[in-house]
Design a protein around this ligand. Structure first.
Ligand code: ATP
Length: 216
């Protein structure tokens, strides 16, 4: 594999957004796009888009814009879209079940292949085509498929204990949907998504900021 590109994190976060929009453009037969058009569609200002794209050496020409096919194949490679990233989910409760039933592969190349739970009634079932295993099989199954990303949708009280098991496997990243703040070695990345906190701060923004301001 070639050396990964070192681009700023903020730019990296916008790549999937660009990628999704470019896919739609490509499907509709469009061959080029201006930063102004992109800006309008993805709601990112065009100066930021031009700066982001300059990191990939994709310099749009004045009056011409960017070549859609070039950008798309570049993003596909950068986002590892040629390879399927297999993900495991732990905790098949309400949120876990919703995620298992959601078709991630429609827009990107990640797929939840295994789920785990400690509830005997859930073990051995299929939820949205994903098999649910008991926690005693966690390490073995993750190893078997070389899983590098795990999603945590367990109660917060058991999140750290499960994380301690995950860090001893090949898992490199954990998407933590629990409110627990997790302690992990520096080699593991955590992406924390607390839907309750997100909603609360969103409501605050709605009530305190001007109508035309974009909330990011
Ligand atoms: P439900 O209504 O199905 O219980 P919930 O989202 O309200 O869903 P939670 O108490 O948040 O339930 O638990 C989420 C899931 O995590 C449940 O399926 C539960 O069985 C599972 N779970 C709880 N403790 C553990 C554990 N130690 N290891 C693995 N899974 C666990």
């Amino acid at each position: 594999m070639s050396e990964p590109l070192k681009i700023p994190k903020a730019t990296a976060k916008r790549l999937p957004l660009y990628y999704r929009f470019l896919q739609n453009l490509y499907r509709s037969g469009k061959q080029r796009v201006s930063s102004a058009e992109l800006s309008e569609a993805v709601k990112v200002d065009s100066a930021t888009i031009r700066r982001d794209f300059s990191y990939f050496g994709a310099l749009g020409k004045k009056g011409y814009g960017y070549n859609v096919h070039y950008l798309l194949s570049f993003f596909r490679k950068t986002l590892n879209q040629d390879e399927l990233t297999k993900v495991a989910l732990i905790g098949v409760g309400n949120l876990g079940t919703a995620l298992l039933k959601y078709n991630f592969t429609k827009n990107n190349n990640t797929k939840i292949v295994f789920a785990f739970d400690n509830n005997e009634e859930k073990i051995g079932t299929l939820v949205g085509d994903v098999p649910v295993f008991g926690m005693d099989e966690l390490e073995e199954k993750l190893q078997e498929e070389g899983i590098q990303v795990a999603i945590l949708t367990v109660p917060s009280g058991v999140a750290q204990m499960i994380t301690d098991r995950l860090v001893k496997t090949n898992v490199k990243g954990i998407v933590n949907f629990t409110p627990a703040r997790l302690t992990v070695p520096s080699s593991i990345s955590i992406h924390h998504i607390d839907l309750a906190v997100e909603l609360q701060s969103f409501v605050y923004f709605i009530n305190h900021y001007a109508e035309d301001e974009t909330i990011v």
